[in-house]
Design a protein around this ligand. Sequence first.
Ligand SMILES: Nc1ncnc2c1ncn2[C@@H]1O[C@H](COP(=O)(O)OP(=O)(O)O)[C@@H](O)[C@H]1O
Ligand SMILES: Cc1ncc(COP(=O)(O)O)c(N)n1
Length: 285
Amino acid sequence: MPRALTIAGSDSGGGAGIQADLKTFQMLGVFGMSALTAVTAQNTMGVQGIHDLPPDFVRQQIDSVASDIGIDAAKTGMLSQPEIIEAVVAAMKEHHIEKLVVDPVMVAKGGARLLVPAAERVLREQLLPIAYVVTPNIPEAEALLLRRIETVDDMRDAAKRICDMGAQRVIIKGGHLPGGSSIDILYDGTNVDELHADRIDTKNTHGTGCTFSSALTAWLARGVEFTMAVGRAKQFITAAIAGGISLGHGHGPTNHWALMEQQDTVTKQIWGHMDGELHEVNGNQ
Ligand SMILES: Nc1ncnc2c1ncn2[C@@H]1O[C@H](COP(=O)(O)OP(=O)(O)O)[C@@H](O)[C@H]1O
Ligand SMILES: Cc1ncc(COP(=O)(O)O)c(N)n1
């Protein structure tokens, strides 16, 4: 079974962070593992408290799973402190993790900082250069580049500039840009591509970034080629947002079950394909 590791914070509200990642891995037929970086007291309204874990202990969790179970792809989410980023970078290098999806989580939807400002430089200088792909949203891309992004052309330009910082591939997520479409820009170091989906009018967007990056990680863990993996991750997140759940009083979570419930073309495509892959795997055993 493909194995994926999420290195991220816990969201007690269950919509983002480690919880969103593990639910996504499970839905996409990948064995999910976790290394916790921080525990947050959080709900749909915002973040009420953050408790960071010691960097050595973050490292220990990664070493434990890497040395025994193995990792086909990994992703990072909330990393909060510079020393945690350094510990993760050292572990990724030592365990030769090639498929590393870096979601440069900086600020939660409600405005709470999930990465201290002093860590931004370490993220830029140490983590980006070992990323297989980095997936900033627009405010995160702006913080990485120290420049404004207001149009799709700005996003295309920003993707190239972030690639120049050392990441092999960049996806700039357009959830924060106004307009009828939710457009993501994809740059693989050579070509720029656009991924379009109708913008869904909903306030239930808690965990969209986490869910998108973990779906991408799952497909990469399954050995799917990059552009195809991104397309499938986009289908997964679009369905999860469309099926978003009105829980709590603020931004409700996305629905990781949405593809199963929908029984439409997207479901058939993804599950049909997965089913084929699973048969292949079983057939080869
Ligand atoms: N209202 C929406 N309708 C459709 N897709 C959306 C919507 N909001 C976000 N997305 C998509 O969800 C994914 C996560 O994007 P975004 O919300 O920008 O990330 P983050 O959670 O990191 O801020 C992207 O593929 C984006 O295009
Ligand atoms: C522990 C944790 N990690 C990440 C996010 C970002 O969530 P989003 O995907 O909505 O940007 C969050 N709110 N909490």
